[in-house]
Every structure is written in C-alpha cells, then in structure tokens.
Design a binder for this molecule. Sequence first.
Ligand SMILES: NC(=O)c1ccc[n+]([C@@H]2O[C@H](COP(=O)([O-])OP(=O)(O)OC[C@H]3O[C@@H](n4cnc5c(N)ncnc54)[C@H](O)[C@@H]3O)[C@@H](O)[C@H]2O)c1
Length: 271
Amino acid sequence: MSYNLLKGKRGIIFGALDENSIAWKTAERIHKEGGTFVLTNAPIALRMGQIKELAEKTNSEVIPADATNLEDLNNLVEKSMEILGGKLDFVLHSIGMSVNVRKGNHYTNQNYDYTHKGWDISAVSFHKTMQTLYQKDAMNEWGSIVALTYMAAQRVFPDYNDMADNKAYLESIARSFGYFFGKDKKVRVNTISQSPTPTTAGQGVKGFDGFISYAEKMSPLGNATAEDCANYTIAMFSDLTKRVTLQNLYNDGGFSNMGVSDEVIKAFEHE
Ligand SMILES: NC(=O)c1ccc[n+]([C@@H]2O[C@H](COP(=O)([O-])OP(=O)(O)OC[C@H]3O[C@@H](n4cnc5c(N)ncnc54)[C@H](O)[C@@H]3O)[C@@H](O)[C@H]2O)c1
C-alpha cells in the first residue's frame, strides 16, 4: 500500500542493522511512500550488519557515523544534503545500547563507565544529531524528527536496567530541543514509545520472551510490530501531522493505559 505521503521528501535514517530493525522496516516504508534518504549506522555495525542489501533495495547510499561523534555527524549531514540535493525533511533516530545490559551488570551494580557510554549512545546522541542539524540549518521548514523510546522511561520495568534512565533523558531532549527547533525553524520533534519488538536491541533485554508475551496479553490491540511503528513514523514524517510536536507518542496497542487485563487475571486465578 502506498499513499505517496513522502513524495519529494529527503531524510536520514539512523539504526538499520538487519531486517528485524525498526529502522529497516521504516526505510522500506519511506521508500514506498516516495521519500529518499541516506542510511547511516556505526562503522562496526556496518561491517556486521546487512545494510548494503537495504541500500540496494531502496536505492540509497550509506554513510558510516558513530552517533556520539560530532565530526562523524557533521560529515553525515553535509554529505547527505549533497547526495540528496538539498535540505532535509525528516530524520529518524533509532539507536539504543546499554553496555551494562550487554555485560550482564544488574541495575544495582553498574559500572559507571558503561553507564556513561550507554547514555551517550542512547540519549545524548539525539542531542548531538539535532544540534548538528540545527547549526547547519539542514532542516526544511515543516520538517519532522522522530526518536524511538520505551515506556520504562515512565514506569518501572526492572530488567530494562539503565536504558530506562537513558530513555527518560532522550524524551526530555526531544521536548527541550523541540522547543528551539519549533520556534526557530518550524521543525517538529517527537518520540514514539514502541511496544517490545523482537530485534537485536530488544532481545538483549533479560527476560524478553516472557515480557513480550505479557505485553501482548495486556494490550487490547496486542503489541505493535516493527511494521506498525514504520507506519506511524511515516505519518509523523508526512504533512498530515504538521503541528504535532514535543510529544511522547505511544504506539503500543493500548498497553500504557492498562491496569490489568482479563487474560492476565486468568493466569493468576488459581494461585
Ligand atoms: N525492540 C524493542 O523492544 C524496542 C522497544 C521500544 C523502543 N525501541 C527502540 O528502538 C530503537 C531501535 O532499536 P531496534 O529495536 O530496532 O534494535 P536494533 O538493534 O536493530 O537497532 C539499534 C541500532 O542502534 C545502532 N547503534 C548502536 N550504537 C550506535 C552508535 N554509537 N552510533 C550509531 N548507531 C548505533 C545499532 O548499530 C543498531 O542499528 C532503539 O532506540 C530502541 O531502544 C526498541
């Protein structure tokens, strides 16, 4: 299905690692809607991942950038405008990583060098990306910037570890920078809070399998898939959402407003 929603629009997509990645599905969807873009990821992910395949499929170029490195971001934004032939209309930040989670450190036993690194990658990189775009005046008026987040920023999910804090920080950056981007450049900035999704980053969270089933049973519409997230994101990049900004938008089948569901009660009835 295509509505030509993004015809003539140009952008940058961060974070497509493999075909399960939310950014991968979003890139495919944007391509279908007529948008053009540059794909980017950290140099190491480019070596490991399959991004070339996506680039061929969507007729796009790949520019390596570590999203914590300002030189890389400067180069990325400049080259993207050259390749795409003008300023940008959309940017997707789909990046997350906790070194503590990866190394199996419990929330109550963090290595703070890891904490700092995970915070830089998962949260501050969003500020760095927006600051680079802002200072280079790289966004067209009525452009749209989206970052992906998770509800552990608002509520306790013990195994989400320090990523919960990183997401809270990320969502705050969206509001704070969104103010200046809106006032000065007429660009909107939002975060999409997505259901648990079976990707490399998602499956890194301890107990993910049990948790994704629980969320499915708690949500009246079931978990939102990566494809659902891609669809929501193209709506946010289109001209149909021009004055939606500074928001944290839940794409979670209703999970975030649930207390308990019949299915979950049933599972405990004979306790
Ligand atoms: N999967 C879930 O359950 C879920 C739920 C809600 C939100 N999210 C968020 O969605 C986003 C995308 O994750 P995903 O689930 O598609 O997993 P993914 O593992 O496919 O994507 C994460 C991406 O971050 C990239 N990355 C890591 N370090 C980087 C760096 N220094 N510079 C540039 N890129 C770097 C990785 O290479 C990878 O492409 C993340 O922000 C994640 O937290 C995921």
